[in-house]
Ligand binder design. Sequence first.
Ligand SMILES: C[S@@+](CC[C@H](N)C(=O)[O-])C[C@H]1O[C@@H](n2cnc3c(N)ncnc32)[C@H](O)[C@@H]1O
Length: 195
Amino acid sequence: MTGSPSDNWGHWRRQLNPSDYDERWRRIEASGANPHGEADLAFSYGPRAVLDGGCGTGRVAIELARRGLDVVGTDLDPDMIGLARAKAPELTWVHADLSELDLPTRFDAVVLAGNVIPYVAHDRRHAAVVACARHLAPGGRLIAGFQLQEGWPSLADYDRWCESAGLALEARYATWDRDPFTNTDTYAVSVHRRL
Ligand SMILES: C[S@@+](CC[C@H](N)C(=O)[O-])C[C@H]1O[C@@H](n2cnc3c(N)ncnc32)[C@H](O)[C@@H]1O
């Protein structure tokens, strides 16, 4: 279950290594800002089990586990998920391509934090959304935040992929703090629900 990284992700990785990525979040926390907006939003829905898709170095999964939830993190990049595993060896980390993910567990929420879908290879994004939907329990939520920019998936693309996977749009925000979304925003957090 290990496909190839996308060009977008390869470009990102040439600029930043996993430890530097973690350091960036530590600096945000040290500045007094809240680094857990994604975990806060997911937690607010009261899930018991959460899949952190494209978990990277595990920051969202680790925070949700700290709050008592059952979490699984999955990522295609061996170095990113390797760092997650090193930080929290007691949690479950699955090295896999999201578009091919096939776990026996069903989750109350799947979180895609930090531009995961745009970093999935172009021809695998729809399959990745379908796989996320497949891992949701009935009524479960797919919660995804990503930048809206030229050449990246549009919200119309994303909503279409979700709809084809049996998910209905429940809410859309401009930030993880639930600021209202407007058509001029360049970031969107979308909450889709499995029917
Ligand atoms: C910017 S990082 C975000 C990491 C983490 N979610 C966070 O917010 O800290 C995007 C992540 O998506 C992962 N990714 C990209 N394509 C993937 C795929 N096809 N399957 C699983 N993970 C993928 C990358 O390896 C990377 O760790």
